[in-house]
Write a protein that binds this ligand. Structure first.
Ligand SMILES: Cc1cc2nc3c(=O)[nH]c(=O)nc-3n(C[C@H](O)[C@H](O)[C@H](O)COP(=O)(O)OP(=O)(O)OC[C@H]3O[C@@H](n4cnc5c(N)ncnc54)[C@H](O)[C@@H]3O)c2cc1C
Length: 395
């Protein structure tokens, strides 16, 4: 039987997997409720995830994979990947706040270890969620063109500008923000990364509702927001290095979390289809194709997680994980649309198939558009000759 709490560690990877699996099998009390509850809106989804994280943190499972000086028990990314796998295998879910955690925390640990010691524990332990303020209305794919400015003011900066598409930004305690500290035309050489408290005077946030009806995203407006210099992550004008490092994790650890969830989603789909009595050979083929897409994603993310865990720079190669994620996520929810038929279109959507289908359309956009990922792979990984337009110039 698994111990209820793990206070020393880290356990070896295999011991951790088996002990955590055994613990999750004992689903009683609040854990059992968390598995079966259907959140009524996005805010509740986030809150339930935070509650699950708090529980897993208290018991020590969530502490695996994180350094001791931020409250962890040691271990590495592979422990974290096992954690998400096992949660989903047990019919639970990946908490929303863990998407931001896996994207932002590695960069904070690397570029601002003191800040990490001070501020990471509440994020890790599920006390708060954080948002990532990179994209702007005119700077998404072209991130180097961002215009939010941070000018010197007292012992720090005054930040003004607008961000958009910030996942959970309106529900987040802190905003990991890229702002221009260099000249207007300094592109990637004049950007700095700042960790800004979202209750700072001058910040306003407006929720953006997704096509599914879920207000998951927001716009953030900064109006002369004062940020102490101690909140600078990395060097002034060194934000591009911070974001490049961070994007490796955003594009691969998020994919690792998502594949775990997609496998459990496919199992749920197979059960729903069987209940509709539509489980014919065609259904098996559709589910099989989606399964192959998710298995390809899993194979890729295992390799990437191992490499990041070993301290290797994955860099632009993480774009392959992001591309495979888009393919897999859309395959799973296209399978749901095809197989659930009228139930998909007209049910009250209590199982969330329709709203998740809508979200899956964004899987080829968030974290960097698929077209841009393909260009990164062509140029920087495969070294293909540049595309030449009809004019004879590079497209
Ligand atoms: C659900 C969701 C969550 C998100 N969460 C966050 C978040 O938390 N934080 C954050 O900062 N951002 C977030 N984003 C924003 C996301 O990173 C951007 O949407 C993405 O980078 C694309 O930028 P854009 O929307 O400005 O599109 P644009 O850059 O305007 O691109 C539009 C389309 O044009 C094409 N295109 C653009 N440039 C090129 C090119 N060079 N080559 C070929 N085709 C090109 C692509 O098809 C692209 O989809 C999120 C987006 C979504 C949909």
């Amino acid at each position: 039987m698994a111990p209820d709490t793990i206070t020393t560690g880290p356990l070896s990877l295999e011991d951790y997997r088996l002990a955590f699996r055994a613990r999750l099998r004992l689903q009683r009390g609040r854990l059992e409720e968390l598995r079966s509850v259907t959140p009524s809106d996005h805010e509740e989804t986030l809150a339930l995830g935070l509650e699950l994280t708090q529980l897993m943190w208290r018991e020590g499972w969530k502490r695996h994979g994180w350094p001791e000086d931020v409250g962890g028990l040691g271990g590495g990314l592979r422990h974290r990947a096992v954690y998400y796998d096992e949660l989903c295998n047990a019919g639970l879910f990946v908490p929303e706040s863990d998407n931001g955690l896996e994207t932002l925390a590695p960069a904070l640990l690397r570029f601002a270890p003191e800040l990490a010691r001070e501020l990471l524990p509440p994020l890790l332990s599920g006390q708060e969620a954080w948002g990532q303020c990179f994209s702007e209305p005119d700077a998404g794919s072209d991130l180097a063109g961002l215009r939010t400015r941070a000018v010197a003011a007292g012992d720090g900066y005054a930040v003004s500008g607008q961000k958009t598409w910030t996942s959970n930004g309106h529900l987040s305690a802190r905003l990991f923000t890229l702002a221009r500290t260099g000249a207007r035309d300094s592109r990637r050489h004049g950007i700095s990364a700042l960790l800004i408290d979202s209750d700072s005077p001058g910040i306003s946030r407006r929720a953006l509702t997704f096509a599914s009806g879920e207000p998951e995203l927001c716009e953030v407006f900064f109006d002369d927001v004062r940020v102490p210099r101690s909140r600078l992550i990395g060097e002034e004008n060194g934000g591009w290095d911070v974001s490049s490092y961070l994007l490796q994790f955003e594009r691969s650890m998020y994919a690792a979390q998502r594949q775990a969830w997609l496998f459990s989603t496919l199992r749920a789909l197979a059960a729903d289809v069987a209940a509709l009595d539509q489980a014919d050979a065609c259904a098996a083929e559709v589910v099989g194709k989606a399964w192959t897409a998710v298995a390809s994603l899993r194979a890729r993310t295992i390799t990437t997680v191992r490499r990041l865990d070993a301290g290797e720079a994955v860099g632009p190669e993480a774009s392959a994980d992001k591309l495979l994620l888009g393919v897999a996520e859309q395959a799973v929810f296209d399978a749901a649309r095809q197989l659930l038929g009228a139930a998909f279109l007209f049910d009250d959507d209590s199982a969330g198939w329709r709203s998740k289908w809508w979200y899956s359309r964004a899987a080829t956009v968030y974290g960097g558009a698929a077209e841009v990922q393909r260009t990164i792979l062509a140029d920087r990984v495969l070294g293909l000759p540049p595309e030449v337009g009809r004019s004879g110039k590079r497209a």
